[in-house]
Design a protein. Structure first.
Length: 549
């Protein structure tokens, strides 16, 4: 029976139920580690489920680890950590085999897995399950997680904040002790003691008005880690996916990059292709180049959108290769075999994040970060398509090894933690404040911190963020927390950190393009933000310093 204020102690708490979180949970549970997984909504309703294209892995007969590494480094525009790239790419094939052994059914081409091509790749290396790879993978892992005796799933539970030793005034090594968690269904905050925490919370793309991400992408892990004293890096590198369907009935329908990999072309309303003017790779250029090209063409001609055209391909091939997308578009009144698809770029992926080692460890003992919320140096200034799911799998595999070693040396019993104190707050009287602030944030982030930026635009965004943070801070101090308030608080902090990183980078590189500094600098450097100097905040450990230089 769960107590009204405390949850039972867990050896490891994983915040997030996407591919990174569930992969880590299963690997730890298979090693007899008791795991609790927190999911903000229904399990697996994060970004991983909606990944269409697939997973990049060098498993083709004409491919190699070296070539995949080279493509990743090239796309990262000088800011990839070569060690991180090598580790993730080398371990990719083993992780694909782990998924196949778990029961994931990838599309086959004879006896082998079928491989497709995406932007930035020099080989066909994207393993996929039709055009709904994320759903196929997540449904398989979800079934295993729900039936595993060592995994406790807490759906509709939102992490409020991390509890560390220094936060409680304890001297010595600062380590993770637990979390405060909001039980959404019962509207109460509970204390969850634990010996280790892994943040697998995804990115912060919901800070922009147009995004391909679900509503859960609110930067929670990044914000919580920052408040706990962990440094962040390279948050200015927000990847805008070039092709989201422009349609009033499609909230955030991403049109997979594999559509261009299979021969789709980006065209203007008159049917003329334009990507050949921006890159020798034309329609298969990396996402930063493609998104900026679309943005420039729309502004040049005053267009609401451009078009993705697959009509020159066989109608039968299109229906069989993209069955889910074909049906979804058809339900909106668009037949992609007969008419071009209207598309616009949308915020898609957070390339920077919490500084994490190649084992997922952070500056706070017992706290780990994996997947999109973490910055290991794999993506650098721009993520190579389909490397994201690969990173989730590999970092889950490496993090579980370090977590098990950490648990062997961590104290067996958690420190007694006090209950969440709501004695001096009341029920909110005007939730409209939260709704309006959320809307304002997303609009000015789109206008001022979008695909093309400037010094003045960033200054305007920073000013607006400060004003909203003051309002939300006051609201948070006087009223009971709610999911919307917690997410807005986190999203404002993530947006603030993003703007600060963007202001540091006085050059254009990868996903960060500014009108005031249109060329890359002579030396590629990471941006770094460290929480205000305070005796309770941990320094960057030696093994993480390479990520911050």
């Amino acid at each position: 029976m769960i107590d009204a204020t405390h949850l039972p102690t867990a050896e490891t708490v994983i915040v997030g139920g996407g591919l990174a979180g569930l992969s880590l949970a299963l690997r730890l549970a298979d090693a007899d580690v008791a795991v609790t997984v927190l999911a903000k909504t229904a399990l697996t309703e994060g970004s991983s489920r909606y990944a269409q294209g697939g997973i990049a892995a060098a498993i083709g007969t004409d491919d190699s680890i070296a070539q995949h590494v080279a493509d990743t480094l090239h796309t990262g525009a000088g800011l990839c950590n070569p060690q991180a790239v090598q580790q993730v790419v080398e371990r990719g094939p083993d992780c694909i085999r782990w998924l196949i052994d778990a029961g994931v059914h990838f599309t086959r081409a004879g006896q082998d897995c079928a491989l497709t091509l995406e932007g930035g790749h020099s080989r066909r290396r994207i393993i996929h399950a039709g055009d709904a790879t994320g759903r196929a993978v997540m449904e398989t892992l979800e079934h295993r997680a729900r039936t595993h005796t060592h995994i406790r799933l807490l759906e509709y539970h939102i992490a409020v904040d991390l509890i560390s030793a220094h936060r409680l005034g304890q001297s010595g090594t600062n380590r993770i002790l637990g979390l405060y968690v909001l039980d959404v269904r019962h509207n109460r905050v509970m204390t969850l003691p634990t010996r280790s925490v892994a943040l697998a919370t995804g990115g912060c793309a919901k800070a922009w008005l147009y995004t391909s991400n679900p509503d859960t992408s609110t930067g929670d892990g990044i914000a919580m880690a920052w408040r706990a004293g962990c440094p962040v890096t390279n948050l200015e590198f927000i990847q805008f996916h070039p092709t989201c369907l422009y349609h009033p009935g499609a909230k955030s329908l991403l049109l997979s990059e594999t559509m261009r990999g299979e021969g789709g072309r980006l065209v203007l309303p008159d049917g003329k292709a334009f990507m050949q003017h921006y890159s020798p790779m034309a329609d298969l250029a990396p996402r930063d180049i493609t998104a900026r090209a679309i943005d420039q063409e729309m502004k040049r001609a005053g267009l609401d959108c451009v078009y993705l055209d697959v009509r020159h391909l066989s109608a039968r091939f299109v229906r069989e290769r993209f069955p889910s997308l074909y049906k979804r578009c058809l339900s909106l009144g668009v037949d992609m075999t007969l008419q071009p698809l209207p598309v616009v770029p949308a915020a898609h992926y957070t390339c920077g994040g919490i500084i994490a080692g190649l084992d997922g460890s952070t500056a706070l003992d017992g706290l780990y970060a994996i997947g999109e919320c973490a910055a290991t140096g794999l993506h650098g200034a721009n993520r190579l398509a389909s490397n994201s799911l690969l990173e989730c799998l590999v970092m889950a595999a490496t993090a579980q090894q370090h977590i098990r070693r950490y648990l062997d040396g961590a104290p067996d019993r958690c420190t007694a933690l006090s209950a969440w104190d709501e004695s001096r707050v009341s029920d909110p009287d005007e939730m409209v404040v939260v709704a309006h602030n959320w809307d304002e944030l997303r609009r000015f982030m789109w206008d001022y911190v979008g695909i093309v930026r400037s010094t003045r635009r960033l200054q305007r965004a920073a000013h607006r963020i400060r004003l909203l943070q003051e309002e939300v801070c006051e609201f948070y101090a006087h009223f009971k927390v709610s999911p919307d308030l917690l997410e807005l608080r986190n999203l404002l902090l993530a947006a603030d950190l993003t703007v600060q990183c963007a202001q540091q980078r006085q050059e254009s590189r990868g996903l960060h393009y500014t009108l005031d500094f249109p060329c890359p600098g002579d030396v590629a450097r990471n941006t770094l933000l460290t929480p205000d100097a305070h005796p309770l905040n941990p320094p960057i450990p030696r093994h993480l310093q390479a990520q911050a230089t």
